[in-house]
Ligand binder design. Structure first.
Ligand code: A4P
Ligand code: MG
Length: 174
């Protein structure tokens, strides 16, 4: 039987849910986080589904001004590495500089979870290795996915100062 001709059609990529941590403590952090979510939503293959409240948090393992943090839920057909590159492009556009580890920043966008995937490459570790140690990740995640964050996890970070802010997103809010 003759071989079937190969077609160049690619398979449609599966849609994944991903949870992104947003943080900033230089410049107008709240405006930068809102800008980042708008930009993400306008990317091909990414849709912002929901976002947590905004939180003000004391720097953890870091110095500098208080942070503004949030977590957003995305649906995407991008692969994890491609999503990371998209996030890093937005960080660059927001003027992110990396003078030293945990330096104050205009914008940080980290992949907290990518579906159920576990990834360990030189450039990407998912789930984010420190997500469960940080009040600024746990509290916003608990808003989006209360069934996945336990009271004992929140209790373990209770010494980290964090405050939920009254500002509302114009879209995305839970
Ligand atoms: N990378 C590996 N895995 C990931 C991932 N899941 N998401 C690599 C994003 N990037 C990932 O990142 C350094 C490298 O991590 C990248 O080149 C990427 O390939 P970066 O953005 O330059 O630095 P980072 O995000 O500061 O690094 P890291 O290790 O994720 O820092 P942490 O542990 O998240 O700490 N305190 C408050 N209150 N709020 C904060 O937002 N953030 C930090 C950063 C410290 N203290 C904070 C906050
Ligand atoms: Mg980062």
């Amino acid at each position: 039987m003759p071989a079937r001709p190969q077609t160049m059609q690619s398979k449609p990529l599966a849609t994944s849910l991903a949870w992104i941590g947003l943080g900033a403590n230089l410049g107008d952090s709240t405006a930068t986080l809102a800008w980042a979510l708008e930009q993400l939503h306008q990317q091909a293959h990414v849709q912002v589904q929901r976002a947590s409240s905004l939180y003000r948090s004391a720097p953890v393992d870091a110095t500098g001004p208080d942070y503004i943090n949030a977590v957003a839920e995305l649906s995407t057909t991008l692969a994890p590495q491609a999503l990371l590159e998209c996030l890093q492009g937005l960080e660059l556009a927001a003027g992110r500089q990396r003078p030293y580890r945990n330096a104050p920043r205009t914008l940080d966008l980290d992949i907290v979870w990518f579906g159920e995937q576990q990834i360990a490459t030189p450039s990407l570790t998912v789930p984010h290795p420190r997500w469960h140690e940080r009040a600024f990740v746990l509290h916003p995640l608990a808003e989006l996915l209360p069934e996945r964050i336990s009271a004992s996890q929140l209790q373990a970070v209770q010494t980290q100062r964090i405050e939920r802010l009254p500002q509302r997103w114009t879209a995305w809010a839970v």
